[in-house]
Design a protein around this ligand. Sequence first.
Ligand SMILES: [Zn+2]
Length: 141
Amino acid sequence: MNERPICPKCDHDKVVKSGVVGGRQRYKCKSCSYHFTVNKIGKSIDKYYVVKALQLYIEGISYREIERILGVSHVSVMNWVRQYKIKAPENYDYRPTYKVLNHTELVKFLANKENLTETGMLITELGDKFMIIKWERFRNR
Ligand SMILES: [Zn+2]
């Protein structure tokens, strides 16, 4: 596999390997000469977060919120959106909200019928926890 990261500084994908530092692959950006390292073991984890981030993006969650939820920088998310040519449909009727819960909290949450009424919901695994994305229709006032 010859997978190259994108420069975190200028978003360029023209990067070259530039040695290994502390077990991490170091890269140099050919465009801006910025050096950065990538976790060697991080690859499968990265892919996992790429998919999660893109899911959230499509659901209408902002870059900054995705950064908060997943702990990946909003710049990375923007790169992935660009790299995979993702377009989120415009959505004015529903606003997504989310919660990150552990299993016990999730069970408790679902046990309350009120939490399941008048809403759409998606539960997705997130590391050792679970994330609930809910959609509630904007209330006309
Ligand atoms: Zn660069």
